[in-house]
Design a protein around this ligand. Sequence first.
Ligand code: RIB
Ligand code: CA
Length: 310
Amino acid sequence: MRKKVIVDTDPGVDDAMMILAALRSPELEVIGLTSIFGNASGYATAQNALRLVELEGNDNIPVARGSDRGLVVEAQMLGTMVHGEDGMGNTNPPLPKGKWLDISAAQFIAQKVLDNPRQVTLLAVGPLTNVALALRLEPRIVELVEQVVIMGGSIGAGGNISPVAEANIFHDPHAAEIVFSAGLPLVMVGLDVTLKVIQTRQYLDKIKAANNPAGHLLRSILPCYQRYHDQAYGMGGDIHTHDPSALAYVLDPELFKVEEVPVYVETSGYGFGQTIADRRRQLGQRPPVSVCVEVDAPGVLALIEERLTR
Ligand code: RIB
Ligand code: CA
C-alpha cells in the first residue's frame, strides 16, 4: 500500500529537490501540495508548487495555496537571498499552466485527513502556519493524521537564520508553538541532523547530469543555492540537505535516531523562533515529540540520488 503524503512546502530550491524525489518514489502517493510563504513570497511558492507537479507529468496532483504571512507577525525577512526572488534561483522559469484550488491549504489538509483517517502523512518543510490553521479548523487532525514530519527547528545545533533559530520556525514561531504543543505524532527533522548531511559539489554534479526534467531543472536552480552556502559558510559548492532529509525520514526512518522530548518555541526577544528541548520537564507537561538527533548521512544521500537519477 502506497503511503499517502501531503507536502506542505515553500519552494525553494531544496523543497524542489525534495518534491521531485518524492514524486519519483513509488512507495508514496503524493495526494497534494500545500504552499506557504517562506523561501519566497506566498505567490511565488504557490506558482513554484504548480511548476513542480507539472514538470514530470504529475499535474493531476492538486496544489492548494496557503498563507502569505505568519499567524501573528509578518516575517522579518524571506529566504529570497538564499533561494532567489522567485524561489527558483532567480531563473525566472515559465509560468505554470495550472491553477491552485479554490480552497485554502488549511482546508485541504483538514479535508484530506478526515477523508483518509490514520492514512495521511503530512510532510511539512516550510513555516508551520498552514498546519496550525488546519489544527484550529479541525482539532480531530491530532487523532486522525498518521504522522507529521517537519523539517524545522534545532535543539543542539544553533540556528541558521538567527544565532538560535532555524528558518521555518523563525518565519512563524507562534504557529510552531501550536504545532509542537498539540500532541500530534510529530517527528522533527531539524538542523541537528540536516547540517550533517552534506551534498558535495561532486554529488550535485551527478544530480545535475541526470538526463530527465528533474535534473535539468535542478541544474538551473542549484547554482544560486550553492553560491549562498559558499558566501554564508565557505562551503565551496557543497550544500546542507534540509528538506530532502525530511523526505528520507518518511521513506526510511531507520536512517535516523530519534529522542522523545517535549519542545517549546520562543516567540519573542533574541530567542525568537528558538526550539527548546525540555528534557527534565521543567517547563510543563506537554507531550514529547520525536526529535532526530543522529542520521546515516550516506544513506540519505544515496536514497535521494537514486530517486533523482532513476
Ligand atoms: O532552514 C532550512 C529550511 O528553511 C528549509 O526547509 C528551507 O527550504 C527553508 O524553508
Ligand atoms: Ca522548505
